[in-house]
Design a protein around this ligand. Structure first.
Ligand code: G16
Length: 550
Protein backbone atom coordinates (compact mmCIF):
# COMPACT_ATOMS: atom_id res chain seq x y z
CA UNK A 1 0.00 0.00 0.00
CA UNK A 2 0.97 3.64 -0.31
CA UNK A 3 2.81 4.98 2.76
CA UNK A 4 -0.11 7.33 3.40
CA UNK A 5 0.99 8.59 6.80
CA UNK A 6 4.52 9.48 5.78
CA UNK A 7 3.33 11.14 2.56
CA UNK A 8 0.72 13.17 4.46
CA UNK A 9 2.99 14.38 7.22
CA UNK A 10 5.76 15.39 4.84
CA UNK A 11 3.30 16.86 2.36
CA UNK A 12 2.02 19.20 5.09
CA UNK A 13 5.52 20.66 5.20
CA UNK A 14 5.34 21.35 1.45
CA UNK A 15 1.87 22.86 0.94
CA UNK A 16 0.70 23.70 -2.55
CA UNK A 17 0.18 27.44 -3.12
CA UNK A 18 -3.60 27.67 -3.54
CA UNK A 19 -3.57 30.28 -6.30
CA UNK A 20 -1.23 28.52 -8.71
CA UNK A 21 -1.75 25.96 -11.44
CA UNK A 22 1.31 23.95 -12.47
CA UNK A 23 1.92 22.27 -15.79
CA UNK A 24 4.45 19.68 -16.91
CA UNK A 25 5.51 21.42 -20.14
CA UNK A 26 8.15 21.25 -22.89
CA UNK A 27 10.91 20.58 -20.38
CA UNK A 28 9.10 19.59 -17.20
CA UNK A 29 7.86 22.05 -14.58
CA UNK A 30 9.47 25.44 -15.00
CA UNK A 31 8.49 28.66 -13.27
CA UNK A 32 9.49 31.09 -10.51
CA UNK A 33 11.70 29.16 -8.11
CA UNK A 34 10.06 30.21 -4.86
CA UNK A 35 6.71 28.75 -5.96
CA UNK A 36 8.09 25.31 -6.74
CA UNK A 37 8.55 23.74 -3.29
CA UNK A 38 5.42 21.56 -3.36
CA UNK A 39 6.11 20.59 -6.96
CA UNK A 40 9.58 19.31 -6.10
CA UNK A 41 8.26 17.30 -3.15
CA UNK A 42 5.64 15.72 -5.38
CA UNK A 43 8.10 15.05 -8.21
CA UNK A 44 10.06 13.00 -5.67
CA UNK A 45 6.95 10.87 -5.17
CA UNK A 46 6.24 10.62 -8.90
CA UNK A 47 9.83 9.52 -9.63
CA UNK A 48 9.51 6.77 -7.03
CA UNK A 49 6.19 5.59 -8.46
CA UNK A 50 7.53 5.66 -12.00
CA UNK A 51 10.47 3.52 -10.89
CA UNK A 52 8.18 1.03 -9.15
CA UNK A 53 6.04 0.89 -12.28
CA UNK A 54 9.16 -0.02 -14.27
CA UNK A 55 10.28 -2.76 -11.95
CA UNK A 56 12.69 -0.67 -9.92
CA UNK A 57 14.63 0.68 -12.87
CA UNK A 58 16.35 3.97 -12.07
CA UNK A 59 14.54 7.22 -12.91
CA UNK A 60 16.38 10.53 -13.23
CA UNK A 61 15.36 13.91 -11.82
CA UNK A 62 17.07 17.10 -12.97
CA UNK A 63 16.57 20.43 -11.20
CA UNK A 64 17.29 23.19 -13.71
CA UNK A 65 15.76 26.04 -15.65
CA UNK A 66 18.31 25.64 -18.40
CA UNK A 67 18.38 28.74 -20.63
CA UNK A 68 15.96 30.78 -18.49
CA UNK A 69 17.50 33.85 -16.87
CA UNK A 70 18.42 34.06 -13.22
CA UNK A 71 17.98 37.73 -12.35
CA UNK A 72 19.46 38.65 -8.98
CA UNK A 73 16.00 38.85 -7.43
CA UNK A 74 13.31 36.61 -6.04
CA UNK A 75 12.00 36.06 -9.57
CA UNK A 76 14.68 33.52 -10.28
CA UNK A 77 13.27 30.74 -12.51
CA UNK A 78 13.94 27.13 -11.78
CA UNK A 79 12.45 23.86 -12.85
CA UNK A 80 12.46 20.11 -12.65
CA UNK A 81 12.10 17.32 -15.15
CA UNK A 82 12.00 13.54 -15.04
CA UNK A 83 14.17 11.19 -17.06
CA UNK A 84 13.00 7.71 -18.09
CA UNK A 85 15.23 4.62 -17.76
CA UNK A 86 16.86 4.73 -21.19
CA UNK A 87 17.89 8.31 -20.51
CA UNK A 88 15.10 9.85 -22.54
CA UNK A 89 12.38 12.30 -21.50
CA UNK A 90 9.48 11.09 -19.35
CA UNK A 91 6.80 9.19 -21.28
CA UNK A 92 4.06 11.58 -22.43
CA UNK A 93 1.19 9.79 -20.62
CA UNK A 94 2.99 10.39 -17.32
CA UNK A 95 3.29 14.12 -18.00
CA UNK A 96 -0.47 14.21 -17.50
CA UNK A 97 -0.17 12.32 -14.20
CA UNK A 98 2.62 14.67 -13.11
CA UNK A 99 0.44 17.71 -13.84
CA UNK A 100 -2.51 16.23 -11.93
CA UNK A 101 -0.37 15.28 -8.92
CA UNK A 102 1.26 18.71 -8.77
CA UNK A 103 -2.14 20.42 -8.64
CA UNK A 104 -3.85 18.42 -5.89
CA UNK A 105 -4.85 21.21 -3.47
CA UNK A 106 -4.35 19.43 -0.14
CA UNK A 107 -2.51 16.44 1.33
CA UNK A 108 -5.72 14.42 1.33
CA UNK A 109 -6.39 15.28 -2.30
CA UNK A 110 -2.80 14.33 -3.09
CA UNK A 111 -3.28 10.88 -1.56
CA UNK A 112 -6.43 10.42 -3.63
CA UNK A 113 -4.70 11.32 -6.90
CA UNK A 114 -1.80 9.04 -6.04
CA UNK A 115 -4.13 6.13 -5.18
CA UNK A 116 -5.92 6.51 -8.46
CA UNK A 117 -2.61 6.59 -10.39
CA UNK A 118 -1.47 3.41 -8.61
CA UNK A 119 -4.68 1.74 -9.76
CA UNK A 120 -4.88 2.98 -13.33
CA UNK A 121 -1.17 2.53 -14.07
CA UNK A 122 -1.18 -0.84 -12.25
CA UNK A 123 1.79 0.02 -10.06
CA UNK A 124 3.07 -2.80 -7.88
CA UNK A 125 4.00 -0.92 -4.71
CA UNK A 126 6.07 -3.82 -3.37
CA UNK A 127 8.69 -3.14 -6.09
CA UNK A 128 11.77 -1.09 -5.21
CA UNK A 129 12.09 2.59 -6.18
CA UNK A 130 15.44 3.86 -7.47
CA UNK A 131 16.22 7.42 -8.42
CA UNK A 132 19.28 9.49 -9.37
CA UNK A 133 19.07 13.28 -9.18
CA UNK A 134 21.15 16.37 -9.84
CA UNK A 135 20.87 20.14 -10.07
CA UNK A 136 22.49 23.01 -11.93
CA UNK A 137 24.25 25.96 -10.26
CA UNK A 138 21.19 28.14 -9.57
CA UNK A 139 21.07 29.55 -6.02
CA UNK A 140 17.52 28.23 -5.59
CA UNK A 141 18.72 24.67 -6.30
CA UNK A 142 19.63 23.40 -2.81
CA UNK A 143 16.26 24.27 -1.22
CA UNK A 144 14.39 22.67 -4.10
CA UNK A 145 16.54 19.56 -3.87
CA UNK A 146 15.72 19.33 -0.15
CA UNK A 147 12.00 19.29 -1.02
CA UNK A 148 12.65 16.64 -3.66
CA UNK A 149 14.51 14.50 -1.12
CA UNK A 150 11.51 14.70 1.20
CA UNK A 151 9.44 13.22 -1.64
CA UNK A 152 11.88 10.31 -1.96
CA UNK A 153 11.82 9.88 1.81
CA UNK A 154 8.02 9.80 1.90
CA UNK A 155 8.09 6.89 -0.55
CA UNK A 156 11.10 5.11 0.94
CA UNK A 157 12.94 5.41 -2.41
CA UNK A 158 16.64 4.69 -2.77
CA UNK A 159 18.01 7.94 -4.14
CA UNK A 160 21.49 8.75 -5.40
CA UNK A 161 22.62 12.37 -5.32
CA UNK A 162 24.65 13.18 -8.43
CA UNK A 163 25.31 16.68 -7.07
CA UNK A 164 25.79 19.68 -9.33
CA UNK A 165 26.13 18.59 -12.93
CA UNK A 166 24.86 19.18 -16.45
CA UNK A 167 21.49 17.92 -17.67
CA UNK A 168 23.07 15.64 -20.30
CA UNK A 169 25.42 14.08 -17.74
CA UNK A 170 22.40 13.25 -15.56
CA UNK A 171 20.71 11.64 -18.59
CA UNK A 172 23.94 9.70 -19.23
CA UNK A 173 23.94 8.47 -15.61
CA UNK A 174 20.39 7.18 -15.93
CA UNK A 175 21.19 5.13 -19.01
CA UNK A 176 24.54 3.95 -17.63
CA UNK A 177 22.96 2.80 -14.34
CA UNK A 178 20.13 0.95 -16.09
CA UNK A 179 22.39 -0.85 -18.56
CA UNK A 180 25.16 -1.69 -16.10
CA UNK A 181 26.36 -5.28 -16.38
CA UNK A 182 24.25 -5.96 -19.51
CA UNK A 183 25.53 -6.40 -23.05
CA UNK A 184 24.18 -2.94 -23.80
CA UNK A 185 26.26 -1.29 -21.06
CA UNK A 186 26.35 2.41 -21.90
CA UNK A 187 29.41 3.32 -19.85
CA UNK A 188 30.57 3.68 -16.28
CA UNK A 189 27.97 5.51 -14.19
CA UNK A 190 30.33 8.22 -12.98
CA UNK A 191 31.45 11.61 -14.25
CA UNK A 192 34.83 10.06 -14.88
CA UNK A 193 33.15 7.37 -17.00
CA UNK A 194 31.37 10.05 -19.01
CA UNK A 195 34.46 12.18 -19.63
CA UNK A 196 36.60 9.14 -20.43
CA UNK A 197 34.06 7.89 -22.92
CA UNK A 198 33.80 11.22 -24.74
CA UNK A 199 37.46 12.10 -24.71
CA UNK A 200 38.65 8.63 -25.78
CA UNK A 201 36.23 8.64 -28.72
CA UNK A 202 37.32 12.15 -29.66
CA UNK A 203 40.99 11.23 -29.59
CA UNK A 204 40.37 8.19 -31.81
CA UNK A 205 38.42 10.28 -34.30
CA UNK A 206 41.04 13.00 -34.69
CA UNK A 207 44.13 10.75 -34.49
CA UNK A 208 46.58 11.80 -37.18
CA UNK A 209 44.75 15.07 -37.94
CA UNK A 210 46.32 18.47 -37.49
CA UNK A 211 45.11 19.81 -34.11
CA UNK A 212 42.46 22.50 -34.42
CA UNK A 213 43.27 26.02 -33.25
CA UNK A 214 42.00 26.78 -29.70
CA UNK A 215 38.24 27.04 -29.27
CA UNK A 216 36.61 29.74 -27.13
CA UNK A 217 33.77 28.27 -25.05
CA UNK A 218 31.17 30.62 -23.51
CA UNK A 219 29.89 28.64 -20.50
CA UNK A 220 26.92 30.98 -19.81
CA UNK A 221 28.20 31.29 -16.22
CA UNK A 222 26.52 27.97 -15.60
CA UNK A 223 27.26 24.37 -14.76
CA UNK A 224 28.89 23.88 -18.18
CA UNK A 225 31.85 25.78 -16.76
CA UNK A 226 32.46 23.02 -14.23
CA UNK A 227 31.98 20.22 -16.74
CA UNK A 228 34.06 22.11 -19.32
CA UNK A 229 36.94 22.40 -16.87
CA UNK A 230 36.77 18.66 -16.29
CA UNK A 231 36.60 17.87 -19.99
CA UNK A 232 39.63 20.06 -20.63
CA UNK A 233 41.68 17.83 -18.36
CA UNK A 234 40.62 14.67 -20.16
CA UNK A 235 41.23 16.11 -23.63
CA UNK A 236 44.77 17.24 -22.89
CA UNK A 237 46.45 18.40 -26.10
CA UNK A 238 43.83 16.81 -28.34
CA UNK A 239 41.77 20.00 -28.25
CA UNK A 240 42.52 23.27 -26.55
CA UNK A 241 39.46 24.81 -24.89
CA UNK A 242 39.47 28.38 -23.60
CA UNK A 243 36.58 28.63 -21.12
CA UNK A 244 34.89 32.03 -20.72
CA UNK A 245 31.89 33.16 -18.65
CA UNK A 246 32.64 30.74 -15.86
CA UNK A 247 31.32 32.81 -12.91
CA UNK A 248 28.98 30.21 -11.49
CA UNK A 249 28.58 31.93 -8.12
CA UNK A 250 27.98 35.54 -9.19
CA UNK A 251 24.30 36.34 -8.51
CA UNK A 252 22.42 37.13 -11.70
CA UNK A 253 25.26 36.18 -14.06
CA UNK A 254 23.75 32.93 -15.34
CA UNK A 255 22.63 33.27 -18.99
CA UNK A 256 22.92 37.05 -18.64
CA UNK A 257 24.09 38.56 -21.96
CA UNK A 258 25.83 35.30 -22.71
CA UNK A 259 25.05 31.67 -23.43
CA UNK A 260 23.44 29.86 -26.36
CA UNK A 261 19.98 31.40 -25.99
CA UNK A 262 21.37 34.95 -25.89
CA UNK A 263 23.43 34.36 -29.02
CA UNK A 264 20.61 32.64 -30.91
CA UNK A 265 17.93 35.14 -29.97
CA UNK A 266 19.92 38.35 -30.32
CA UNK A 267 22.14 37.02 -33.14
CA UNK A 268 25.03 38.77 -31.46
CA UNK A 269 28.37 37.95 -29.87
CA UNK A 270 28.16 38.04 -26.05
CA UNK A 271 29.67 41.45 -25.14
CA UNK A 272 31.98 39.65 -22.69
CA UNK A 273 33.74 38.01 -25.65
CA UNK A 274 34.18 41.22 -27.65
CA UNK A 275 37.87 41.57 -26.88
CA UNK A 276 38.54 37.86 -26.71
CA UNK A 277 37.32 36.33 -29.97
CA UNK A 278 39.68 37.22 -32.81
CA UNK A 279 38.78 37.47 -36.51
CA UNK A 280 38.87 33.98 -38.02
CA UNK A 281 38.56 32.29 -34.61
CA UNK A 282 35.79 29.82 -33.69
CA UNK A 283 33.80 30.15 -30.53
CA UNK A 284 30.72 28.48 -29.13
CA UNK A 285 28.14 29.12 -26.41
CA UNK A 286 26.58 26.58 -24.08
CA UNK A 287 23.34 27.30 -22.24
CA UNK A 288 22.75 27.26 -18.48
CA UNK A 289 22.65 23.46 -18.13
CA UNK A 290 24.88 22.65 -21.11
CA UNK A 291 22.35 20.92 -23.33
CA UNK A 292 22.39 23.53 -26.10
CA UNK A 293 25.24 24.63 -28.32
CA UNK A 294 25.60 27.52 -30.77
CA UNK A 295 28.82 28.21 -32.71
CA UNK A 296 30.03 31.50 -34.17
CA UNK A 297 33.04 33.18 -35.69
CA UNK A 298 34.20 36.62 -36.73
CA UNK A 299 35.13 37.01 -40.37
CA UNK A 300 38.23 38.90 -41.56
CA UNK A 301 36.41 42.19 -41.21
CA UNK A 302 35.43 41.33 -37.66
CA UNK A 303 31.76 40.74 -38.59
CA UNK A 304 29.91 38.24 -36.37
CA UNK A 305 28.41 35.10 -37.95
CA UNK A 306 26.29 32.56 -36.10
CA UNK A 307 26.31 28.82 -36.72
CA UNK A 308 23.15 27.54 -35.03
CA UNK A 309 21.55 24.13 -34.53
CA UNK A 310 20.52 24.00 -38.20
CA UNK A 311 24.08 24.59 -39.34
CA UNK A 312 25.28 21.92 -36.90
CA UNK A 313 22.70 19.48 -38.29
CA UNK A 314 23.81 20.17 -41.87
CA UNK A 315 27.47 19.73 -40.97
CA UNK A 316 27.15 16.51 -39.01
CA UNK A 317 24.46 14.85 -41.16
CA UNK A 318 26.57 15.30 -44.30
CA UNK A 319 29.59 13.85 -42.47
CA UNK A 320 27.70 10.75 -41.32
CA UNK A 321 26.21 10.17 -44.78
CA UNK A 322 29.69 10.36 -46.27
CA UNK A 323 31.14 7.88 -43.76
CA UNK A 324 28.26 5.45 -44.35
CA UNK A 325 28.90 5.69 -48.08
CA UNK A 326 32.66 5.19 -47.80
CA UNK A 327 32.04 2.24 -45.49
CA UNK A 328 29.90 0.62 -48.20
CA UNK A 329 26.85 0.54 -45.93
CA UNK A 330 24.57 2.86 -47.90
CA UNK A 331 21.97 0.17 -48.50
CA UNK A 332 21.81 -0.89 -44.88
CA UNK A 333 22.05 2.37 -42.96
CA UNK A 334 19.60 5.13 -43.78
CA UNK A 335 20.24 8.55 -42.28
CA UNK A 336 17.38 11.00 -41.65
CA UNK A 337 17.02 14.45 -40.11
CA UNK A 338 14.38 15.86 -37.76
CA UNK A 339 13.77 19.60 -37.36
CA UNK A 340 11.11 21.91 -35.97
CA UNK A 341 9.29 24.87 -37.51
CA UNK A 342 12.11 27.10 -36.22
CA UNK A 343 14.54 25.51 -38.69
CA UNK A 344 15.73 28.10 -41.16
CA UNK A 345 14.04 27.56 -44.53
CA UNK A 346 17.43 27.48 -46.23
CA UNK A 347 18.60 24.66 -43.96
CA UNK A 348 15.51 22.60 -44.67
CA UNK A 349 16.04 23.09 -48.40
CA UNK A 350 19.73 22.13 -48.15
CA UNK A 351 19.03 19.01 -46.10
CA UNK A 352 15.94 17.88 -48.00
CA UNK A 353 17.93 17.85 -51.24
CA UNK A 354 20.17 15.22 -49.66
CA UNK A 355 18.21 13.31 -47.01
CA UNK A 356 14.75 12.56 -45.66
CA UNK A 357 13.72 15.48 -43.39
CA UNK A 358 10.81 15.54 -40.96
CA UNK A 359 9.31 18.49 -39.09
CA UNK A 360 7.86 17.96 -35.59
CA UNK A 361 6.70 20.11 -32.66
CA UNK A 362 9.17 21.95 -30.43
CA UNK A 363 10.62 19.95 -27.56
CA UNK A 364 13.39 17.41 -27.52
CA UNK A 365 10.98 14.61 -26.72
CA UNK A 366 9.20 15.08 -30.07
CA UNK A 367 12.44 15.23 -32.03
CA UNK A 368 13.95 12.30 -30.19
CA UNK A 369 11.03 10.00 -30.91
CA UNK A 370 10.93 10.97 -34.58
CA UNK A 371 14.69 10.44 -34.89
CA UNK A 372 14.36 6.94 -33.42
CA UNK A 373 12.51 5.92 -36.57
CA UNK A 374 15.65 6.22 -38.70
CA UNK A 375 18.71 3.91 -38.62
CA UNK A 376 20.67 7.05 -37.84
CA UNK A 377 18.50 9.99 -36.81
CA UNK A 378 20.05 13.45 -36.68
CA UNK A 379 17.91 15.91 -34.75
CA UNK A 380 18.64 19.50 -33.92
CA UNK A 381 16.47 22.40 -32.90
CA UNK A 382 17.63 25.71 -34.36
CA UNK A 383 18.32 26.80 -30.76
CA UNK A 384 21.19 24.31 -30.63
CA UNK A 385 19.49 21.49 -28.77
CA UNK A 386 20.11 18.16 -30.47
CA UNK A 387 21.97 14.93 -30.96
CA UNK A 388 22.29 11.92 -33.26
CA UNK A 389 20.70 8.57 -32.52
CA UNK A 390 22.09 5.28 -33.80
CA UNK A 391 19.49 2.50 -33.59
CA UNK A 392 20.54 -0.73 -31.87
CA UNK A 393 20.32 -2.74 -35.14
CA UNK A 394 22.61 -0.13 -36.72
CA UNK A 395 25.12 -0.46 -33.88
CA UNK A 396 24.96 -4.25 -34.36
CA UNK A 397 25.44 -3.86 -38.14
CA UNK A 398 28.55 -1.76 -37.52
CA UNK A 399 29.92 -4.30 -35.05
CA UNK A 400 29.39 -7.26 -37.38
CA UNK A 401 30.36 -5.68 -40.69
CA UNK A 402 33.38 -7.10 -42.53
CA UNK A 403 34.95 -4.23 -44.48
CA UNK A 404 36.81 -5.19 -47.63
CA UNK A 405 39.19 -2.22 -48.01
CA UNK A 406 41.26 -0.14 -45.58
CA UNK A 407 39.12 2.90 -46.43
CA UNK A 408 35.95 0.98 -45.57
CA UNK A 409 37.45 -0.24 -42.35
CA UNK A 410 38.49 3.29 -41.31
CA UNK A 411 35.04 4.64 -42.05
CA UNK A 412 33.41 1.91 -39.95
CA UNK A 413 35.80 2.59 -37.07
CA UNK A 414 34.90 6.26 -37.25
CA UNK A 415 31.20 5.47 -37.21
CA UNK A 416 31.67 3.25 -34.17
CA UNK A 417 33.63 6.01 -32.42
CA UNK A 418 30.86 8.46 -33.23
CA UNK A 419 28.35 6.22 -31.42
CA UNK A 420 30.60 6.64 -28.37
CA UNK A 421 31.25 10.34 -28.78
CA UNK A 422 27.64 11.36 -29.25
CA UNK A 423 25.38 11.37 -26.22
CA UNK A 424 22.58 9.06 -27.33
CA UNK A 425 20.22 10.08 -24.55
CA UNK A 426 19.63 13.80 -25.16
CA UNK A 427 21.19 16.95 -26.63
CA UNK A 428 24.57 17.51 -25.00
CA UNK A 429 26.50 20.69 -25.70
CA UNK A 430 29.91 19.27 -24.80
CA UNK A 431 29.46 16.06 -26.77
CA UNK A 432 28.02 18.01 -29.73
CA UNK A 433 30.93 20.44 -29.53
CA UNK A 434 33.43 17.59 -29.81
CA UNK A 435 31.47 16.17 -32.74
CA UNK A 436 31.58 19.52 -34.56
CA UNK A 437 35.32 19.75 -33.89
CA UNK A 438 35.81 16.25 -35.34
CA UNK A 439 34.03 17.19 -38.56
CA UNK A 440 35.84 20.52 -38.88
CA UNK A 441 39.11 18.75 -38.40
CA UNK A 442 38.32 15.99 -40.94
CA UNK A 443 37.12 18.52 -43.49
CA UNK A 444 39.78 21.11 -42.67
CA UNK A 445 36.95 23.64 -42.45
CA UNK A 446 37.15 26.93 -40.61
CA UNK A 447 33.98 28.68 -39.47
CA UNK A 448 33.55 30.46 -42.76
CA UNK A 449 33.79 27.31 -44.86
CA UNK A 450 31.29 25.54 -42.63
CA UNK A 451 28.99 28.56 -42.81
CA UNK A 452 29.03 28.48 -46.61
CA UNK A 453 27.21 25.11 -46.79
CA UNK A 454 24.11 27.25 -47.31
CA UNK A 455 23.12 30.86 -46.68
CA UNK A 456 20.60 31.41 -43.86
CA UNK A 457 17.43 33.29 -44.70
CA UNK A 458 17.26 36.39 -42.49
CA UNK A 459 14.99 35.60 -39.55
CA UNK A 460 13.75 37.10 -36.32
CA UNK A 461 12.38 35.69 -33.07
CA UNK A 462 10.09 37.75 -30.87
CA UNK A 463 8.03 37.09 -27.79
CA UNK A 464 4.80 38.63 -26.59
CA UNK A 465 3.46 38.52 -23.02
CA UNK A 466 -0.26 37.82 -23.05
CA UNK A 467 -2.78 37.20 -20.27
CA UNK A 468 -3.37 33.59 -21.35
CA UNK A 469 -0.91 31.90 -23.64
CA UNK A 470 -2.99 28.70 -23.53
CA UNK A 471 -5.54 30.46 -25.76
CA UNK A 472 -3.02 29.87 -28.57
CA UNK A 473 -3.37 26.42 -30.08
CA UNK A 474 -1.47 25.05 -33.05
CA UNK A 475 -1.51 22.25 -35.61
CA UNK A 476 0.77 20.94 -38.36
CA UNK A 477 3.89 20.71 -36.15
CA UNK A 478 3.12 24.16 -34.71
CA UNK A 479 3.26 25.82 -38.12
CA UNK A 480 -0.37 26.96 -38.02
CA UNK A 481 -2.66 28.39 -35.37
CA UNK A 482 -6.13 26.93 -34.90
CA UNK A 483 -6.99 29.34 -32.11
CA UNK A 484 -7.59 32.25 -31.50
CA UNK A 485 -10.12 32.04 -34.28
CA UNK A 486 -9.19 33.89 -37.45
CA UNK A 487 -5.68 34.90 -36.39
CA UNK A 488 -3.95 32.46 -38.75
CA UNK A 489 -5.60 33.92 -41.83
CA UNK A 490 -4.48 37.41 -40.77
CA UNK A 491 -0.93 36.06 -40.42
CA UNK A 492 -1.21 34.42 -43.85
CA UNK A 493 -2.27 37.72 -45.40
CA UNK A 494 0.75 39.44 -43.93
CA UNK A 495 3.19 36.69 -44.87
CA UNK A 496 2.04 36.80 -48.49
CA UNK A 497 3.23 40.37 -48.75
CA UNK A 498 6.86 39.43 -48.10
CA UNK A 499 9.18 37.77 -50.54
CA UNK A 500 10.26 34.39 -49.16
CA UNK A 501 8.09 35.16 -46.14
CA UNK A 502 7.27 32.56 -43.49
CA UNK A 503 6.01 33.11 -39.98
CA UNK A 504 4.38 31.15 -37.19
CA UNK A 505 3.14 31.73 -33.66
CA UNK A 506 3.12 29.26 -30.74
CA UNK A 507 2.81 29.36 -26.97
CA UNK A 508 6.10 28.69 -25.16
CA UNK A 509 6.26 25.61 -22.98
CA UNK A 510 8.95 27.04 -20.72
CA UNK A 511 8.11 30.73 -20.31
CA UNK A 512 4.86 32.58 -19.87
CA UNK A 513 4.92 34.09 -23.37
CA UNK A 514 3.81 33.51 -26.94
CA UNK A 515 6.68 33.12 -29.41
CA UNK A 516 6.77 34.56 -32.92
CA UNK A 517 9.15 33.46 -35.67
CA UNK A 518 9.51 35.13 -39.05
CA UNK A 519 11.85 34.84 -41.98
CA UNK A 520 12.05 36.60 -45.34
CA UNK A 521 14.44 37.12 -48.21
CA UNK A 522 15.75 40.40 -46.78
CA UNK A 523 16.85 41.28 -43.24
CA UNK A 524 14.65 44.37 -42.88
CA UNK A 525 11.67 42.41 -44.16
CA UNK A 526 12.18 39.54 -41.71
CA UNK A 527 12.35 42.06 -38.85
CA UNK A 528 9.28 43.91 -40.08
CA UNK A 529 7.28 40.72 -40.58
CA UNK A 530 8.15 39.48 -37.07
CA UNK A 531 7.11 42.81 -35.54
CA UNK A 532 3.86 42.95 -37.48
CA UNK A 533 2.91 39.38 -36.58
CA UNK A 534 3.81 40.10 -32.94
CA UNK A 535 1.57 43.17 -33.16
CA UNK A 536 -1.31 41.00 -34.41
CA UNK A 537 -0.78 38.59 -31.51
CA UNK A 538 -0.70 41.46 -29.08
CA UNK A 539 -3.89 43.03 -30.40
CA UNK A 540 -5.70 39.71 -30.56
CA UNK A 541 -4.82 38.67 -27.01
CA UNK A 542 -4.86 41.98 -25.17
CA UNK A 543 -1.17 41.81 -24.38
CA UNK A 544 0.72 43.50 -21.61
CA UNK A 545 1.49 47.10 -22.70
CA UNK A 546 5.11 46.64 -21.61
CA UNK A 547 5.52 43.98 -24.25
CA UNK A 548 3.77 45.91 -27.08
CA UNK A 549 5.98 45.07 -30.06
CA UNK A 550 7.84 48.16 -31.32
C1 G16 B 1 13.62 23.50 -23.64
C2 G16 B 1 13.33 22.28 -24.47
C3 G16 B 1 13.62 22.57 -25.92
C4 G16 B 1 12.84 23.79 -26.38
C5 G16 B 1 13.08 24.96 -25.43
C6 G16 B 1 12.18 26.14 -25.71
O1 G16 B 1 14.97 23.82 -23.76
O2 G16 B 1 14.11 21.20 -24.01
O3 G16 B 1 13.29 21.44 -26.69
O4 G16 B 1 13.21 24.15 -27.65
O5 G16 B 1 12.86 24.57 -24.11
O6 G16 B 1 10.86 25.71 -25.58
P1 G16 B 1 9.64 26.72 -25.63
O7 G16 B 1 9.77 27.48 -26.91
O8 G16 B 1 8.44 25.83 -25.60
O9 G16 B 1 9.76 27.64 -24.45
P2 G16 B 1 15.88 24.10 -22.49
O10 G16 B 1 17.25 24.23 -23.06
O11 G16 B 1 15.35 25.35 -21.88
O12 G16 B 1 15.65 22.90 -21.62
Amino acid sequence: ALPVESIKSLSDQHPKPSDLHFQYGTAGFRTIANTLDSVLFRVGIIAALRSKRLDGRTIGVMVTASHNPEPASSYDDNGVKLVDPRGEMLEASWEVHATAISNAPTSDALIEVLQSLVQTAKIDLSKPANVVYARDTRPSGPALVAALEDGFKAMGATARDAGVTTTPILHYFVKAINTKGTKYSYGDDSEEGYFQKLSNAYKKLVAGKTPQPPLIVDCANGVGALAGENLKGYLGDALQLILENTSTTTPGALNNACGADYVKTSQKLPPSLANILQPGQRGCSLDGDADRLIYFYLDDRGVFHMLDGDKIAALVAAFIVELVKVAGLEDQIKVGVVQTAYANGASTKYLAERLPVKCVSTGVKHLHHAAERYNVGVYFEANGHGTVLFSQPTIDTLAEYQPSTPAQSRAVEHLVSLTELINQTVGDALSDMLFVEVVLSHKSYNGEEWDSLYVDLPNRLAKVSVPNRNAFKTEDAERRLVSPDGLQSKIDDLVNRYQGGRSFVRPSGTEDVVRVYAEAALRAQADELAMRVAGLVYDEAGGDPASRPK
